[in-house]
Ligand binder design. Sequence first.
Ligand code: ADP
Length: 504
Amino acid sequence: MNDVTSIDRTQRPYSAAAQAFLARKPALFINNEWVASSHDQLLEVEDPSSGKVIGHVVDASDRDVDRAVAAARIAFDDGRWSGLPPMTRERTMIRLADLIEANADEFAELEAIDNGKPKGMAGAVDVPGAVSHIRFMAGWASKISGEVIPPYTMPAGQVFGYTVREPVGVCAQIVPWNFPLLMACLKIAPALAAGCTVVLKPAEQTSLTALRLADLIAEAGFPAGVVNVITGNGHTAGDRMVKHPDVDKIAFTGSTEIGKLINRNATDTLKHVTLELGGKSPVVILPDVDVAQAAPGAAGAIFFNSGQVCVAGSRLYAHRSIFDQVIEGVAATAPFWAPRASLDPDAHMGPLVSKEQFDRVMGYIEAGKRDGASVAVGGDAAPAAGGYYVNPTVLVDVNPQMSVVREEIFGPVVVAQRFDDLDEVAREANNTCYGLGAGVWTRDVAAMHRLAGKIKAGTVWGNCHAVIDTALPFGGYKESGVGREQGRQGIEAYLETKTVIIQM
Ligand code: ADP
């Protein structure tokens, strides 16, 4: 039943709705309208399950970006969104969430076609996640308020001091290709709740669901110019957004390398910046666990979404006494995670997003082998007529100097190491420039809290991994990011504080 050698990786036929969407004329969404680009440059849309070009989107020009920013600027400055009753903003956002939900199957399919993730995963994780971010943040629209604060140095009644929370302004939001719809909604939701206007740019590899989202933005009744969606390359369109004088805030999710560049480029105009960047997240398994539970958990931590997850549990630390059992347990899940075409109903893991990503991941695996790592399972590409399939891979006999241990691979590759005590594993877990997530598996409550305290990461999971909830803040320590998204802090990131002091 687990015969992975006979998997047919031919992509399945697309639905009529997906075909119709792919056949649409490439356009940009500005001022609630589909408009043509100022030039005729296009980006190819590729299905990574087949490697075939299946459509095109606009590669936005500087003029296109300027036009989108101008639309957002005007929509912000005239208060057509921030000036609405909070109840109206909330209800418009809820309508958007409802519309996404009503079109969930189409979104899941488009995401699967564009990104390569299994349609079942997109339907179970990405689409409901996108909906819940919008619904949660919609509630904040009516709960943003300042305070009346009595001054410290003056007698009562002499001055009246209070604060007002105001939307930060025009937000340029740049998202990556690993969770395209989810990231787009996670970005626009707090901005809209706060009263900001937005120019959203999906990643050049995965623009489809952001464009489909734009249809629904118009349908939900957002005023024109409140959300604008432009497609295009990062180093051109994205760069223009980052440097644009009429943009007040940048929110970016992507690689640490580009995050640093964006931070530098946003400095001249001193924009507010939120960065959610890379990781090399440790998964620590203590000796008391039930390996039958923890090993599949550790496997899911790295193989979910083909390891293309910023919090992927890519460094596995298992206690010496159970190390071999854990590795066997993780390896035993390989048939479950064997990559399949994204529209194959049996798929749990798809191909990588692109040839570039495939080459990068295979390059790391080869480097690991050259450096002396042993392959416990996988370590190769999966056979297919086209597409970018890498088998779930576990590397052992590694050391902290190897690139596979130090660098973010962003693929289904985990490096496994032994440890003897808590202090040692905490030190190793922190031996990285990243600090995004960490998983700890144990029934020992004291050890759990001790490690949660010692590990420098924005999120520490206990007996689970990559559990994300819109009410709980998310972000990185160290080179994994700046600021927090989600929860109350996610809204704060889109607000200015104005202090008003009135002499009585
Ligand atoms: P990855 O390396 O995982 O492909 P990137 O960090 O390069 O991810 O890209 C994430 C997002 O950042 C994409 O939307 C991409 O277009 C955008 N981007 C890339 N380079 C720049 C840049 N110089 N300025 C602004 N955005 C960029």
